[in-house]
Design a binder for this molecule. Sequence first.
Ligand SMILES: *Cc1c(COP(=O)(O)O)cnc(C)c1O
Length: 454
Amino acid sequence: MAQQRKITLQESEIPTHWYNILADMPNKPMPPLHPGTKQPVGPDDLAPLFPMELIKQEVSTEKWVEIPDEVRNIYSIWRPTPMYRAYGLEKALGTQSKIYYKYEGVSPAGSHKPNTAVPQAYYNKEEGIRKISTETGAGQWGSALSFACKLFGISCEVFMVKVSYEGKPYRKVMMNTWGAKVHSSPSNLTEAGRKILAQDPNSPGSLGIAISEAVEVAALNEDTKYSLGSVLNHVLMHQTVIGLEALKQMEKAGDYPDIVIAPFGGGSNFAGITFPFLAQNLTGGKKIKAIAVEPTSCPKLTRGAFRYDFGDTVGMTPLIPMYTLGHNFIPSPIHAGGLRYHGAGAIVSQLLKDGIIEANAINQNECFEAGLLFSGTEGIIPAPEATHGIAEVIRQAKQADKEGVSKTILFNLCGHGHFDLSAYEQYLAGNLVDYEVPQEVINASLAELDTPAI
Ligand SMILES: *Cc1c(COP(=O)(O)O)cnc(C)c1O
């Protein structure tokens, strides 16, 4: 074979450590603040919600954190994940650029999310926790955590955003199959849910609301902890196994990316693939461009404010310094993708503020068109979230061709779309509407914030 399409690694090459970018950042993020006192939170404030080891990882500035053997052992079910050279897509575009992608859809849950679900369940188990509560938007995180909890014999309770609960019944069945209990959120099982339902009985729900419900369950139950699938420092760190493998695979391919692209919800898959490359920007004299891609319907990175805000809607989580649309922002339910979170992780926000990464927002019809071109040339049907990355890849390749240059572009194909076929159905029927949030809506949401400015 003249062309090598698939670049693989041996099981022994699964990373032994996660990479912590806090060690290399020129400006560290400001500290999270207590929701009541507005003072920096300490480990004791977080102890009701998270096991101590994860709290330690959350504040650690050690560059490398060892991955426990038991976690690496479970990673080996699907890791190392393959990297592909996208010859089919390149040919269809007629581009001079080289396109590579790392495929995380081979995990049992079908996305990158188990990379952090497994260590989170492991540390909870180590500290004797019997139950974990969480939220899920499109259902990817809930599935990943249900899978991980099942392996460690921990009960799992999931608050699933109502629009997804109704629109993606098989994600729910998948969670049930792994033994989890799933509720439509807002629910009347929690104070937070009841409060939202009182204001709007037809609330479609949002990730922010579902987080409030899950946090409340953990805060009120001694044997229950809470788990988050994105945003937090330790979550982003766990995902760096993606980029660490990708570095080795690029080396095997005899190449190095000029541009690394990933879709952006709260920042975890973006961090996962880009941070190990950014480490080489920050300390090794390299100059890759890292681009986060969000939907125009939920544009916190490109149109949000950089300030302290809550991670949830009701205001129970610590205040995080981040790009946000305001914790009351409810993304339009007409959008098909799962990138519907009002904020962004503190680390990624600081990197954006410092110009170390870039962000772009793309409309959903362009994304699905890119997804269809990809599935028709590379075979894999991408998750709607992942199509945002693909659309940006196509833009970058076209731009390079226009400039008469060839770029090496790497992107994270963070999941497959097998449970998102109703969104494809709508796209194919011509029913998806592009949606730009009106500026008044963003202004009004931000004006409601009484959280500290930065
Ligand atoms: C959860 C998810 C996202 C968005 O979350 P990040 O933390 O930004 O990665 C994107 N793609 C897929 C497939 C997901 O499951």
